[in-house]
Write a new protein. Structure first.
Length: 210
């Protein structure tokens, strides 16, 4: 068995969604003063590699803490979209992989954008799904859709149309990394969130188990 880590490390200076405050990590207890180490962590629920719950966008929709644990693990597949040069990922890029959508719980889109993590380019010009493509994906009832980008919508989006479509039936995992290390299929994807009350989202330690 091989486990591949698909998560970015949470650090005080890490990239965050535009307008979001970066994490704050301060010592709370020390070995010298208390005999043990403990840190105080302050960060938004959509920091780093994280899950968007349906409640993140949709009114009266489920939060992560109200979902069964098996929603966050299952067979996964990767679709290589590194050749996409347009601003939109059209349905024509996805239809040749229809069988993967039928046989997977999680589909991960490898655009290669994680290579820009820590640089200004990470927040702009990345390709996003067209509404037609998102509606087509929604018909398969996936547990989740994952991307190696800051968002499934453009960073300056105001209507969040792709979020609205995908979150009707799936969760969304954003800011994945190392997708190039995965086989096309034949692995288990795991993205268990923190279980806190009314969780609209949560950082995760996303991994692939091969």
């Amino acid at each position: 068995m091989e486990i591949i880590d698909l998560s970015h490390t949470i650090t005080p200076g890490m990239p965050v969604y535009p307008g979001t405050e970066p994490p704050i990590m301060t010592p709370a207890c020390t070995l010298d003063n208390d005999g043990f180490i403990e840190r105080k962590l302050i960060f938004y629920s959509h920091t780093g590699t994280h899950i968007d719950a349906p409640a993140h966008i949709l009114p009266h929709a489920p939060t992560l803490d109200r979902m069964p644990a098996d929603r966050f693990i299952g067979p996964g597949s990767v679709i290589d979209l590194t050749a996409v040069k347009e601003s939109e990922i059209d349905i024509s890029y996805l239809e040749p992989h229809e069988n993967l959508f039928k046989t997977s719980d999680f589909i991960l889109f490898h655009t290669g954008w994680s290579q820009f993590w820590g640089r200004g380019k990470y927040f702009r010009d990345y390709p996003v799904l067209s509404e037609e493509a998102a509606l087509w994906i929604d018909t398969f009832g996936l547990k989740g859709v994952g991307v190696d980008m800051i968002s499934v919508d453009e960073a300056d989006a105001t209507t969040f149309s792709i979020h609205n479509i995908l979150l009707e039936r799936s969760i969304i995992i954003e800011n994945l990394t190392h997708l190039e290390k995965l086989p096309k299929t034949g692995f288990i994807f795991s993205c268990f969130p923190l279980k806190f009350e009314n969780a609209d989202g949560s950082p995760v330690r996303a991994v692939a188990i091969i």
